[in-house]
Design a protein around this ligand. Structure first.
Ligand code: CTP
Length: 408
């Protein structure tokens, strides 16, 4: 289990409605062992109180630059030196403009100029404001300076509009920041130069322009495996169905929607692939027909005829020059038994038996446990954070992959 003990995270909160999620973010970071200090802009205090953030962080919250008392305690320079990482969440359009231009007219903008710690921002704003050329130019400036930008996510906004501008969920911000930490600590060359393809997330099988068949897969396990493979030195392609997760750094992402598109993308790169990990929760069936126009309501019942989707994992395993193939078996009962059968039926080298039943199941959760099944071994990996589990899996995959290469 990777611990994140010495991670000092300074969270800067600026004035957007997503500030109400920051107490939860602070707790998520602290639960994973981080030490958190909060600095708030004036307008952030309109959305969430310093008292709340002081209570959840367990440390005094800093508010003002020109405050004699505060400067005699932990002033802006000490805060700037204290942080291992500075995270601005939510980052408003105004604050992005301010730091892109190098202003230092309040505590947060000043310490951002004064710190040597990496800066991560999680923007949140109305979707038109996000898409405005001024904001996009500021974004490019910040990215060109090495600022890491998480999100924004797409979806329904507080203002009622739909589009990009929602702050990425606190769990995902916490996971990304702390896996960044793990990345720093555990960069290794287990899979140096090896080409790895990972599928992740659900698929979306359209019924008509507004409806479709999908499932609850969050994509977290697949994204964690892509990040872990990358941190192990692999060249990683991530073929992903629709999810709300930031792409792990250094990973080449191909965004797809349906199972057919996912298969096409995978077959497009399989000949150069040494390890294939199928984590996607691919819809088993799709509508025979996708209507061009929205289906109107009519009778009391209706049926939609479905046809089987191609099996992506089995198709890869059937390729003449097949890579080392790893699948997941999402099961709700007789987990190991079903998983063993699935491994043989799909001719894959390794399958991760995964319990997806009920509240404790893998879907959407931060933690997971699997049993890795190969033709001659079964390795149990206990419940742990999905990133840590992914790193353990990469170690086992590497060992088994090496064995198959020795046999050639
Ligand atoms: N898989 C795939 N293409 C499909 C269905 C599944 O690539 N059309 C892959 C998944 O990515 C996973 C493995 O096959 O690695 C097993 O998926 P799972 O949903 O557990 O099993 P299914 O084959 O769909 O069988 P069932 O739904 O009957 O359990």
């Amino acid at each position: 289990m990777v611990m994140h003990k010495n991670k000092r995270i300074l969270i800067g909160v600026t004035g957007g409605i997503a500030a109400y999620k920051v107490p939860h973010l602070v707790r998520q970071l602290k639960e994973r062992g981080a030490e958190v200090r909060v600095v708030m802009s004036g307008s952030a205090q309109e959305f969430v109180t310093p008292m709340t953030l002081q209570a959840v962080s367990g440390l005094p919250v800093s508010l003002n630059l020109l405050d004699v008392e505060a400067e005699s305690g932990m002033g802006h320079i000490e805060l700037a030196r204290w942080a291992d990482v500075v995270l601005v969440a939510p980052a408003t359009a105004n604050f992005m403009a301010k730091i892109a231009s190098g202003f230092a007219d309040d505590l947060l903008s000043t310490l951002i100029l004064a710190t040597e710690a990496p800066l991560i921002i999680a923007p949140a704003m109305n979707q038109q404001m996000w898409q405005h050329p001024a904001t996009q130019e500021n974004l490019s400036i910040l990215e060109s300076r090495g600022v890491k930008v998480l999100g924004p996510a797409d979806g329904l906004q507080a203002c009622g509009e739909i589009g990009p501008g929602r702050m990425v969920e606190p769990e995902i911000i916490a996971q990304t920041i702390l896996s960044q930490n793990t990345e720093d600590e555990s960069h290794c060359d287990l899979l140096s130069g090896v080409n790895v393809v990972v599928t992740a997330g659900p698929t979306w099988e359209a019924i008509d322009p507004v409806r479709g068949i999908t499932n609850h897969s969050s994509g977290k396990m697949g994204y964690a495996l892509a990040a872990a493979a990358r941190h192990s030195g692999a060249n990683v392609t991530l073929v992903s169905g629709p999810v709300h997760l930031p792409t792990p750094s250094g990973v080449n992402k191909i965004a797809v929607s349906s199972a057919k598109q996912m298969l096409e993308a995978v077959l497009g790169c399989v000949s150069d692939t040494e390890i294939f990990i199928g984590v996607a929760a691919v819809a088993d069936y799709r509508p025979v027909q996708t209507r061009d126009q929205k289906i109107k309501k009519s009778g009391d019942t209706m049926s939609i005829e479905l046809v089987k989707n191609p099996d992506i994992l089995a198709s890869v395993a059937a390729c003449p020059e097949k890579p080392f193939t790893v699948g997941f078996a999402a099961e709700t009962e007789n987990i190991l038994e079903h998983a063993r059968k699935k491994r043989i039926a799909k001719s894959v080298d390794m399958i991760a038996a995964n319990n997806v039943a009920g509240r404790e199941g893998a879907f959407g959760n931060q933690k997971n446990a699997v049993t890795l099944i190969t033709k001659d071994a079964e390795i149990e990996i206990a419940l742990m954070d999905k990133y840590d589990l992914a790193m353990e899996m990469i170690r086992c995959i590497k060992q088994e992959y090496e064995k198959t290469r020795l046999l050639v």
